[in-house]
Write a protein that binds this ligand. Structure first.
Ligand code: FMN
Length: 151
């Protein structure tokens, strides 16, 4: 019988190869680093960062989370350090792990998405992007997918 470590769990999503199909969802796993003392990041297929925007965003005022009989409601309001601080302060430490790092990107205009991705393209260490085109818990909303496809 083979040991668990010998089993090939790798998956492909387009050009992206993950060592296994476990991806932590955006916003549930911070920038990954916060969980490094709880989870061996090297054992994940990858994780998706908190949503990243052009400028830092403080997010919604507390309370942001509410437990319900059937789960949990949240309204974090897309709090994040901003894409440039992510590249300068988080990405260097993330590069030391094997897990694929997928950047979640959001904005209010098409230009916002382009600028955030340009900053990330100039940095080393990302495996891909996830575009957030719908966030129900911010008043202003984020850019709709229709706008993304316009060009
Ligand atoms: C606390 C919290 C924060 C989240 N933040 C983001 C975010 O910043 N960007 C995003 O695209 N999705 C965010 N999400 C959505 C998750 O990535 C995921 O899509 C959602 O939890 C549904 O996943 P499920 O169907 O596996 O429960 C957040 C979810 C939670 C619970």
């Amino acid at each position: 019988m083979s040991s668990a470590g010998a089993v090939d769990l790798s998956v492909r999503i387009g050009a992206l190869r993950l060592r296994n199909p476990i991806l932590a969802a955006s916003g549930t796993f911070g920038y990954g680093l916060e969980f490094a003392h709880l989870v061996d990041l090297n054992r994940l297929g990858g994780f998706v960062t908190k949503g990243l925007s052009r400028e830092p965003i403080e997010g919604a005022p507390a309370p942001r989370l509410c437990e319900t009989p059937s789960g949990m409601l949240n309204a974090v309001g897309l709090q994040n350090v901003g894409v440039r601080a992510f590249v300068a302060e988080k990405l260097p430490a993330l590069r030391k792990f094997n897990a694929a790092v997928i950047a979640n990107v959001f904005g209010y205009t098409l230009e916002d998405y382009i600028e955030v991705i340009q900053v990330l393209e100039d940095a080393e260490g990302l495996a891909g992007y996830e575009l957030n085109v719908s966030c129900p818990n911010v008043k202003k909303g984020v850019c709709s997918s229709a706008a993304i496809h316009r060009r």
